[in-house]
Design a protein around this ligand. Sequence first.
Ligand code: P6P
Length: 359
Amino acid sequence: MIKSQRKRYSTGKNSIFALRKNFNSMSRKNRTLGEFIIENQSAFKYTTGELSSLINAIRLAAKVVNYEVNKAGLVDILGAAGDVNVQGEDQQKLDVYANEKFIQTMTNRNIVCGIASEEEDDFIAINSQDEKYQNKYVVLIDPLDGSSNIDVNVSVGTIFSVYRRVTPIGTPVTIEDFLQPGNQQVAAGYVVYGTSTMLVYTTGAGVNGFTLNPAIGTFYLSHPNMQFPLDGKIYSVNEGNYIHFPQGIKNYIKYCQMEEGDRPYTSRYIGSLVSDFHRNMIKGGIYIYPKSSLNSEGKLRLLYECNPMAFLAEQANGKASNGFQRIMDIKPTSLHQRVPFICGSKNMVEKCEEFMRNA
Ligand code: P6P
């Protein structure tokens, strides 16, 4: 770097030093996740502190996983773990690691009575008999969504969904506690391990985003009250599957590409649901993973991908459907069931539903 460049880089408002000073001062001005949880605990109708403790456990696991994700290229943690999961997908080592860390953290804190994970064939009963099955929450997680992007350094994420158990406290957790419609969720959120690491979640009173300051390992409220714009100009779909899509989806994609009014829209598809969703929530947009002749029910899983993202979308004034029905009203029939998923800015989702109805 020549002398003048070095001078510009090290002085002025855009210097790395000034930027770091601003970031740290922002951190001081903004509440930490811990402070936010305490301040808002009383607003949550089930306030017993257990849900707060659960969000804190997720926060800890997110920091541990973030550390590994951010150094994945440097240690022998890349590549497949040699196994395949219940979805028949190659398990990446970070998938296995993230799954273990989230389960371990929630188990150690003795908060939940059961966990279901994309990486586990069946649910895991956490509360043991000698604890008299007193815990009242179940958690469903996709520990590392978009993991096929790990080896190519593209953002990945964790998705979680929380319910109160429906079977009697004092008895072992059952599958019935997990097969609840999304409209019964008490909390949902995601961690996006991107250019910065963010934890975004809702407990039914809006959506708030927290950015990790890696220098001190603290999440700060950086995106209060996140809202989907009613409209957007971004559509996210894997157009490589176009010929396999239902006619209504084909017609909507052509509508997005047509030169008329504020169209054509921009196509942006990262191959990581959390990243596409996060960008669309900030900028406005729609994410579509439809059923097709390749995936008769779509690819995304209802319980630990679609329901939590749908809860967040609705809490952020967006919308989520399978093209005909509200995602959160679907009654689950199995732990790993898949559904078609259309989610994002309300007016865009409703336009897509219109094309589905009229096809
Ligand atoms: P495709 C990742 O596996 C995932 O579940 C989502 O995160 C992502 O949007 C989608 O699948 C990508 O699937 O078939 O387009 O590669």
